[in-house]
Design a protein around this ligand. Sequence first.
Ligand code: ATP
Ligand code: MG
Length: 191
Amino acid sequence: MGGTFDPIHHGHLVAASEVAARYELDEVVFVPTGQPTFKLDQRVTHAEHRYLMTVIATASNPRFTVSRVDVDRAGVTYTVDTLRDLTTARPDVDLYFITGADAIEQILRWKDAEEVFRMAQFVAVTRPEHHLSIAGLPEDRVSELQVPALAISSTDIRIRAAAGHPVWYLVPDGVVQYIAKHGLYREQDDE
Ligand code: ATP
Ligand code: MG
């Protein structure tokens, strides 16, 4: 499952759990992006913080792991490189790339879109305000899965943290504590 995870929240975790159950996946590998392609104009929290919060959030689930492939690769993250690296590390697995419908819709603009679709099956998870428009996507390689509606976004969590409002129960407890410990998402200070 790819994402910026700035920070990871229960919407991501519910989506991953739901897809894993539905597709009978052995493992869900969370892959925090390096510099996200579609967020070049935004400030994104240092990759190491996003990686560690993802580790904390997933640690208690034996089927959830976290990969550093995107965090460790220099430059902008392209999904084609993510899939190549994951395939190289484990050549014998069937890959399902899980992400939100909003991200899947950008797919045709992704670098090497054809190769991307060859390397993995895509699962678009949809939340309340997003619905997948399949037009232009290869139907046999992309499927949509409605996950239990959790109206949580990382943007909302960052805004809440900056305003000093609680983020308890929107993200796992360890992530609440990590955000506080490192003073993340305070105004003008997201290091
Ligand atoms: P931001 O608000 O910063 O864009 P986000 O909450 O969308 O953050 P991302 O890291 O961008 O989080 O999410 C990775 C993927 O997970 C995205 O494709 C997004 O659509 C999906 N996603 C995010 N929140 C939810 C949710 N509550 N339910 C289902 N999918 C979600
Ligand atoms: Mg998003």
